[in-house]
Write a protein that binds this ligand. Sequence first.
Ligand SMILES: NC(=O)c1ccc[n+]([C@@H]2O[C@H](COP(=O)([O-])OP(=O)(O)OC[C@H]3O[C@@H](n4cnc5c(N)ncnc54)[C@H](O)[C@@H]3O)[C@@H](O)[C@H]2O)c1
Length: 336
Amino acid sequence: MKVLVTGGAGYIGSHAVLRLHEDGHDVVVLDNLFRGHREALDAIDPAIPLVQCDLGDTDTIAAALKEHGVEAVMNFAALAYVGESVEQPLIYYRNNTAGVISLLEAMRNAGVRKLVHSSTCATYGEPATMPITEDTPQAPINPYGASKLFVERVFADEAAADKDFAYAALRYFNVAGSDPQGRIGEDHEPETHLIPVLLNTALGKRDSATIFGTDYDTPDGTCVRDYIHVCDLIDAHVTVMNALDPRKPDRKEMIFNLGTGHGFSVKQIIDAVKKVTGVDFTVKTGDRRPGDPPSLYADPRKIKDALGWEASVKDPETMAQHAWAWFQKHPDGYGG
Ligand SMILES: NC(=O)c1ccc[n+]([C@@H]2O[C@H](COP(=O)([O-])OP(=O)(O)OC[C@H]3O[C@@H](n4cnc5c(N)ncnc54)[C@H](O)[C@@H]3O)[C@@H](O)[C@H]2O)c1
């Protein structure tokens, strides 16, 4: 299949590019490189075409879709820092909401009618009960989550308006790990995700790591989250992309949580990273951060029941191990 991967130079998108390329699909990447890395694409195959443009550039996207004969789009392009979204909401709505509408217009103009989209568990906000199912009410508590929720509604309306349009909105929990062969990895600036922050601390790039809140109502008092290996996450995207079918009611609109269904506490993740790296780095405790719910984990049964898919990696040690392999080779990230 010919697939356009938007945000393909970023962490998750580059893992999609790698997988699709290895599976023999023709991949075209679209990325404005605002937060992505050309080096990630070069590490996969420098011959992969990169359309360097913004999601908002409808005409350039439509032309690229036509030129490359694209049949399906995987959209990973987004801004994804919760704190930044609170400080600068408009750039989140322009990028993650208006940008996706522009992408949909380009797809309509070019006759490309299949889309697999990165959504997020942030669209659920702070649910009262766990685990989170796809029917849990969506009530985001920050502009990032809201910017992603709005486009889910847009997809539903576009699907209702066009019998040929099929889409999947995949609501990720905490994505972690990297290519087990260490060809590409996770490199965000700034880094806010727990496992890479701990790996940077193990590398000595940070003096210490901080646990934000140790008095939550959880087994060890620290926040519990659901971690999914990035390669499992991409495997789910490929499964979903192959299943999309606008003629079948249960394949035209597919909305799934992507998690393992298991929650791990911050302390458990720290223990896993210390074990994998063999470094007993300094860990400090700090106050709770506003908007951090005690526990968030998925009910992953819907995608299993619908498509027989489930995550293969369920332990954070394996995720940390794979991420660590890349971090050791690239202590200064892609630029290093
Ligand atoms: N990392 C996680 O744990 C997680 C969890 C839930 C959802 N998500 C979602 O997954 C997707 C990918 O996340 P990531 O961690 O790989 O982020 P990332 O920042 O590493 O990658 C995003 C990529 O999109 C590009 N991009 C952003 N806005 C663009 C625009 N307007 N036009 C063109 N390119 C643009 C960036 O340059 C970057 O290469 C995002 O949509 C994010 O919201 C991630």
